[in-house]
Design a protein around this ligand. Sequence first.
Ligand code: MG
Length: 373
Amino acid sequence: MKIVRIEAYQVDLPYSGGTYRLSGGRTYQSFDATFVRVVTDCGLDGWGESTPFGNNYIAAHARGVRAGLEDLVPALLGADPRLCDRINDQMDFALLGHHHTKAPLDIACWDIFGKSTGLPVCDLLGGRIAGPVPVISSIGSDTPEAMRASVARHRALGFMGHSIKVGATEAEGGPMIDAERIRACLADRQAGEWFLADANNGMSPEQALRLLALLPDGLDFVLEAPCPSWRETLSLRQRCSVPLLLDELIQTEEDLVHAIQTDACDGVGLKITKQGGLTRTRRQREIARAGGLVTSVQDTTGSEIAFAAILHMAQSTPRHMLRHALDPRAMVTCSTATFEAPLVNGGAEAPNLPGLGITPDLEVMGDPVAVWQ
Ligand SMILES: [Mg+2]
């Protein structure tokens, strides 16, 4: 089997809540998504998505995805898409880094691999673990009461995990408002619920320590991605008693090994495009497992095709190490594909269909922005 044609598509995905507020005063109204379709000489095709979370979230930007494809595609035309590690070797030889550009090509190859075997991608990633995967809510920064109400709305829908965005600038209220946000969101905590306070690398150790000092003892939550650098994170790690989960700092296998070696964290957020696609996320999942880290399977954001990749990875991740998956469909107003994985009681299960199990909506995709063959 050979790749004979690759197409790229661009779609804007408006944020469903108007304005998404993140630490450091960052705001987002819409996300620029790139989709790739990989076509083979036997007629099978596969799809992948890469939707960065704006230009200032991590070093990944939407126009860079499309520019990078120009450099990667020549390395893949003629290659066998089922040999996913070899596909990644060829992409790495053509272009160093740029995980978010490689990811949609890698995901599309797994979609083809699944279709060619008749198996869902989760089975190829190690095997389905039956039952719905718990999905986490995403509670954007707001007033403490608005965030508490948002947690309550998600609780009513069956969500058991809640990701609360913190990391206010000093002008927005700093550690004081963040402490109020955490207290408000945990005020109605139910048995079995799990809370993350996610600063998305937006705090200094000084701010994080002030925040923790303002909280009462006994609050059950994990602090996620407090600081932007390894030095700051390790400094905070030595001086705080709450569990830490790292996300944006861990993008490569080497990052994860470094985190384990330095005992920097207790968990890791694996985002499919941030880690470089399903092949690399699978490698990192196994390293995290060996290191005893709990794992959250997510993506920067996206639509149905991004969620399909997330869900197949999460569906094949041992439950004792899987905290949750993120369902980015709730974050955007635009639907790009049919994907039969409804959210029921805060959980979703990957469909038992070959490949990713998605049917892209070609009207929403529009005309390709680039075609290579
Ligand atoms: Mg995070």
